[in-house]
Design a protein around this ligand. Structure first.
Ligand SMILES: [Fe+2]
Ligand SMILES: [Fe+2]
Length: 326
């Protein structure tokens, strides 16, 4: 049972920064700091980022969490100052990707200027992330944060800050049609990536097994040409949020992560997602020795998650007080 204690920020910070500790413990502390979301929690995350010599799992996750901590103008100013700095430096692509995406949540004036350095990228993860971030900021402005589309972003099924909003499928019934959403999701000629992401988040909101299976089509070998690494990693992230209906996704995810041709960013997100879904940790053990550090550390975290869930289930079966995870 993880209970977040707001007075424990120094303890979480110490664990996160200590590279002699196990990666799963450091990841847990990182997410505890995100949940606390105080100014000193932000300071601790930033300090840990600069201290971390090699784990892109931790560094990109710190950027992701900072992008979720936009609680007040004071928080935003601090987080923005951090991204202003790191976006001028050469961090690995997955780290910069999360930093750029986080900027879309902060909604600050100078974001477009900051992204200029990536303009020459024609392809790949950073190009696509910048495209989405710009589109999201424009969309928020045009629709007054979704108001003109009748969307209340704070009332969605998931409370995360996402790179794109869903379509308002309640107001526009054509977007309640799963085969139509799947068509948008897979078609890279007719629809831009922002629209395809909107279809993905609409399927997440619909939250049925049929919607989960539609999302999984991004991972099949037939669709690998039209679905980019960025889209596939987001697919895994979204599936993990569809707790009640995600089991049919398991075979698709296992096939994807076992494919050595898949990009590390995809395999990383798929492993974390499987950690939320499966019971058999032996399925993930082969990835512990993967040559890519982000893949092996993700496997370690995912296995830890499986063990944690098993422990909670055991306690519950014994009639314990009911485990809860924040
Ligand atoms: Fe991401
Ligand atoms: Fe990630």
């Amino acid at each position: 049972m993880i209970i977040i204690d707001h007075s424990k920020v120094p303890e979480y910070a110490e664990t996160l920064i200590d590279n002699t500790r196990r990666i799963p413990d450091r990841v847990n502390s990182l997410f505890c700091l995100r949940t606390v979301a105080s100014i000193d929690a932000i300071d601790a995350l930033i300090k840990a980022f600069y201290n971390e010599p090699k784990s892109d799992l931790l560094r990109h996750e710190i950027c992701y969490c900072l992008g979720q901590m936009d609680k007040s103008p004071e928080h935003i100013a601090k987080i923005q100052a951090f991204f202003d700095k790191i976006l001028l430096e050469d961090y690995p692509q997955i780290v910069l990707h999360e930093a750029v995406e986080a900027l879309g949540n902060l909604n600050q004036e100078n974001t477009f200027k900051l992204l200029e350095r990536f303009n020459q990228e024609r392809d790949g993860i950073l190009y696509e992330t910048c495209f989405l971030t710009k589109k999201l900021i424009e969309w928020k402005k045009e629709t007054e944060n979704g108001k003109s589309e009748g969307l209340n972003l704070s009332k969605l099924r998931c409370s995360t800050n996402d790179p794109a909003p869903p379509f308002n499928y309640k107001r526009r019934p054509e977007y309640a049609n799963i085969p139509f959403l799947q068509q948008i999701l897979l078609d890279n000629e007719k629809y831009d990536l922002f629209e395809r992401y909107r279809a993905l988040f609409t399927l997440r909101e619909i939250n049925t097994e049929e919607a989960a299976i539609a999302i999984c089509q991004c991972m099949t070998p037939e669709n690998s040409k039209t679905c980019s690494d960025l889209l596939k990693h987001e697919v895994a992230f979204v599936l993990a949020q569809m707790e009640e209906v995600f089991m049919p996704a398991v075979p698709y995810l296992l096939e994807c992560v076992r494919n050595p041709a898949e990009a590390p960013i995809v395999r990383h997100e798929v492993l974390i997602c499987l950690g939320e879904m499966i019971e058999d940790k032996a399925l993930l053990e082969p990835f512990l020795s993967n040559e890519d550090l982000i893949v092996s550390q993700s496997a370690e975290s995912a296995i830890n998650l499986i063990e944690y869930r098993a422990k909670c289930a055991e306690q519950e079966a014994l009639g314990g007080a009911g485990a809860s995870k924040e």
